[in-house]
Ligand binder design. Structure first.
Ligand SMILES: Nc1ncnc2c1ncn2[C@@H]1O[C@H](COP(=O)(O)OP(=O)(O)OP(=O)(O)O)[C@@H](O)[C@H]1O
Ligand SMILES: [Mg+2]
Length: 151
C-alpha cells in the first residue's frame, strides 16, 4: 500500500489504497482510512467519508463470496478527488426512487447529491463504483452540484 502523501495546499496530492474484508466491521475501518488519507487537507472530509460509507456498505452487501474482499482507492490530483470502490459482486448499482415509507434506497442518492459525478464500470472480477469531486481541493467544501451516473 502506498502511504498517503500530503504536500502544500497548492500541490495537494493524495494516493491511498487498501483491501478490506467484506464484513460489516470494515465500514468503520474504511471511514477511518478515508479520514486519515485526507487529514490535513482543507476539504469537505465529512461529506467524502459519508459517500465512502455508502459505497462500502453496498460493497459488503454485494461482494461475492461474503467474507471476500473489496478494495478502496482514494486519489486527489490536480484539484480533483476520485474515490473508487472495487467489489466482486456481479450486479451493478442503480439509483432508486424510494418513497417516504421506504427504509432504504437513499445511499446512492446521497452520493449523487454530494459529488460532481459517480458511475460504475465492469472489471474482470466484479466492478468499480466511483465518484469524483471537482475543483481546487481547498474549496471542495463548496461542492454541492448534482451529479449524474456515468460509466
Ligand atoms: N456495489 C453494489 N453492487 C450491486 N448492487 C448495488 C451496489 N451498490 C448498490 N447497489 C444496488 O443499487 C440500489 C441502490 O443502492 P442504494 O445504496 O442507493 O440503496 P440501498 O443500499 O438499497 O439502501 P441504503 O443505502 O439507503 O441503505 C440498491 O438496489 C442496491 O442493492
Ligand atoms: Mg446502500
Amino acid at each position: 500500500m502506498k502511504a498517503p502523501q500530503h504536500r502544500t495546499k497548492a500541490t495537494v496530492e493524495v494516493s491511498a489504497a487498501r483491501d478490506f474484508a467484506s464484513r460489516p466491521e470494515s465500514v468503520s475501518e474504511a471511514r477511518a482510512f478515508t479520514q486519515d488519507a485526507l487529514a490535513g487537507l482543507d476539504l469537505a472530509v465529512d461529506d467524502v467519508v459519508l459517500c465512502v460509507s455508502e459505497f462500502v456498505t453496498n460493497a459488503v452487501r454485494h461482494s461475492t463470496p461474503h467474507g471476500g474482499t473489496f478494495h478502496l482507492n482514494i486519489l486527489v490530483d490536480r484539484g480533483k478527488l476520485r474515490v473508487e470502490c472495487h467489489d466482486s459482486g456481479g450486479t451493478k448499482p442503480t439509483l432508486l426512487t424510494p418513497s417516504d415509507a421506504d427504509e432504504g434506497g437513499r445511499g446512492l442518492l446521497l452520493v449523487q447529491a454530494l459529488t460532481s459525478r459517480w458511475g460504475v464500470h465492469s472489471r474482470p472480477t466484479g466492478k468499480c463504483v466511483w465518484f469524483e469531486i471537482d475543483g481546487d481541493p481547498s474549496v471542495l467544501q463548496g461542492c454541492r452540484r448534482a451529479g449524474r451516473a456515468g460509466s
